[in-house]
Design a protein around this ligand. Sequence first.
Ligand code: DP6
Length: 343
Amino acid sequence: MIAVTCTAPVNIAVIKYWGKRDEKLILPINSSLSGTLNQNDMKTTTTVVASPDFDRDRIWLNGREEDIQSERIQRVLDEIRKRAGDRKEASKEKLSTYKVHIVTVNNFPTAAGLASSASGYCCLVYTLAQVFQVSGDISTIARVGSGSACRSIYGGWVAWDMGNEIDGSDSRARQVADEHHWKEMRVLVLVVNDKKKETSSTAGMQNSVETSKLIQERVKIVPGRMAQMEKSIADRDYETFGQLTMRDSDDFHAVCADTQPPIFYMNETSKRVVDIVKRYNRTCGKTSAAYTFDAGPNPVIYLLEEHVSPLLSILTHFFPSDEKNYVRNVPDVENVLKRELPK
Ligand code: DP6
């Protein structure tokens, strides 16, 4: 029997992946780029036990047994077994015939637009790769589980190059800069709603590809934006980084609104946070905080360390956690800002 436990963190895209050119192989219509959070923050922990004595594969997610026959899990298991290497406990042939029991838990709400499929499939693939001694790039295997999962294979700043090959062999993750590169960078994940989202990313992006005209424009814009984003990270140029991040999030949600039927992931609270961030930046006289929203209402804010405390004070002023009717008057924002800004 072989048992391995691994953890994988979520990643939050600053250039969004939205739309597939191949649904089965999960090949995107545009490249994307994200930051991987620290191992100790939002993460998935997965244990894989492989044994010649198990009669079938099984999987438990957050304590409940799930359907192992799910197409994506099967694709991942097939790819891993095809590439299984040698292990001293088993010969190659035997190892790939071992059945697995998989236990996986998230330390944050699952399927609420908080990138759970990214850390989930990344962790599953990474752990299976350890068990089955798979070597070489495994981001292409994580990709067939869930597109965004391929970016969590690396820490720091990670691009997912869309690639050109029909078999998807060049559609994989590439580390742009490691986790030590931009030490002052912080990420605030604000949970305004931890319920399961109504429109999954998978279904939403499929509808966008079929019905949105705007998505075609976005596809033309992204290559230039990717290059600018990579440069802003290499130069630690927060102004450019922040502007690009907010612009790409806005464009992505505009594509969602242009989809038939329209998809609205952001809610009133999300919009209030956008407004506060915009006013914060105006009052600072430069870009100091950058919001981004995935397929859900929860704002994620990329900002440099010196702005964490002032921005958090402002956010908790307007959204105090101890009050039922917690939304205060946003027009106060300038007064609060004057009090809270770094001197
Ligand atoms: C809005 O990776 O969840 O978070 O490939 O169908 O599993 P599938 O989709 P998924 O989509 C993530 C979309 C996004 C943007 C991003 O992370 O780049």
